[in-house]
Design a protein around this ligand. Structure first.
Ligand code: SDX
Length: 377
């Protein structure tokens, strides 16, 4: 048997070049198209950052206005897709999202167009429609009629409006906008890599986004924010934190919201959501959750020496919880932010495509004799 060097999980394997995002793991830095995530989170908007990621440079005001107008006018979904959502309303929000995204492709006249222009046009539309799907499903399963998108609101504000039934104030809209920016893209994370594999066969953008959303759902990837809030609710009181974490350690259970396959320092995205959680907790007069999670962070400091630091999901859950969003929707918010990121990576993959086809090292038996079933024991 030939000796091969296995790279399980494809860790530390560079399979292509990219110009979209750079995850610098040892120092905890994230760059989108040359711009530091801190600058974009503090100074940009989700629409402007999506434009930057999809087109490769920051827009002029006219370019941004045109892009924003296209996004705002592309949010509606066909009634037939609403009917499908209604027929599966009991499903998990991520299962409903991937199903509805797949159904949308049946209403695309040029679903098989995998040209750059075709993928970009359809990708912008899918990014605009994803929030509508998530919000419509939540309204339908709650016994309410879906709300039509409000073109007077930006992407983040309209998402919260359609989801919660009331227009958010400026601070809340800005916090969601920041949350979407920091979740947009992140190198070759599992779901973006999966979307690239789909795109590398020249399958269409709808299929690649469905692959991404399906992959994101796993608790080791996008599902952590829900686990963090579940942990905070289980802890209940600040005074319980130490004993709770000791129990998790004894059972060798992972602490959700910590650790990362690439970062060995604090995930740079976490600070923006930590600050958002602090401000929102104080604004809502509910400092309780922020205090519990701060205590968890404090007790997890020794893990940092092993490179297990806080990640993007640790604080996002408390923001969503304080906004009154149900826990099973936390991952759907991540998906709403990441869908345009999948579009960016599919565009990059297909612009210089190569079929992604790694090897498996076969270690099973060979040359077994086929025995007819009548002669088997
Ligand atoms: C995201 O890849 C991306 O970019 C993803 C993402 C993105 O934007 O797309 O950043 C989003 O997925 C963030 C991560 C969210 N997931 C969680 O918070 C779930 C909890 N974290 C882990 O399960 C874990 O840290 C991973 C899966 C995220 C990364 O784990 P690795 O790199 O595969 O490391 P590992 O599983 O091999 O663990 C190495 C050691 C182990 O200890 P030993 O068994 O060797 O003694 O570190 C320990 C692990 O037990 N460890 C943890 C831990 N994470 C790793 N111990 C306790 N708590 C944790 N959270």
């Amino acid at each position: 048997m030939a000796e091969v060097e296995l790279k399980r999980g494809l860790r530390d394997v560079y399979f292509d070049n990219t110009e979209s995002s750079n995850v610098i793991g040892d120092i905890g830095r994230l760059i989108y198209r040359g711009y530091d995530i801190h600058d974009l989170a503090e100074k940009s908007t989700f629409e402007e950052t999506v434009y930057l990621m999809m087109h490769g440079q920051l827009p002029t005001q006219a370019e941004l206005d045109a892009f924003d107008s296209t996004m705002r006018s592309s949010r509606a979904i066909p009634q037939e897709v609403i009917d499908i959502i209604t027929s599966i309303k009991q499903g998990h929000p991520m299962d409903v999202l991937r199903t509805a995204l797949s159904a949308l492709s049946s209403f695309e006249p040029d679903v098989d167009d995998v040209s750059h222009e075709g993928t970009l046009r359809k990708g912008i539309k899918i990014a605009a429609q994803a929030p509508t799907i998530v919000a419509a499903h939540h309204r339908i399963r709650s016994g309410d009629k879906p709300l039509d998108p409000d073109p007077s609101l930006n992407h983040a504000g309209n998402f919260l409006y359609m989801l919660l039934g009331e227009k958010p104030d400026e601070d809340t809209s800005r916090l969601m906008d920041k949350d979407l920016i920091v979740h947009l893209d992140h190198g070759s994370n599992a779901s973006s890599f999966a979307a690239r594999v789909t795109a590398s066969t020249l399958a269409d953008i709808h299929g690649a986004v469905v692959t991404g959303v399906s992959t994101l759902k796993g608790p080791l990837h996008g599902g952590a924010a829900e686990g963090v809030m579940k942990m905070a609710l289980e802890i209940g009181e600040e005074g319980n934190v130490e004993a709770y974490l000791a129990g998790k350690r004894e059972r060798r259970e992972r602490i959700m919201g910590f650790g990362h396959a690439v970062y060995r320092a604090e995930d740079p995205r976490a600070r923006h959501l930590r600050e958002g959680s602090r401000e929102l907790a104080n604004k809502k007069g509910q400092p309780h959750w922020f205090e519990i999670l701060s205590k968890v962070e404090e007790h997890m400091r020794p893990y940092a020496e092993r490179g297990i630091c806080v990640n993007v999901d640790f604080w996002s859950g408390s923001v969503y919880y304080l906004l009154g969003i149900p826990e099973d929707l936390f991952i759907s918010i991540f998906a709403v932010a990441r869908v345009p990121g999948y579009v960016v990576q599919v565009l990059e993959q297909q612009d210089k495509n190569i079929l992604l086809r790694p090897l498996l090292n076969y270690v099973g038996p060979t040359d077994l004799e086929y025995v007819p079933i009548a002669n088997r024991g």
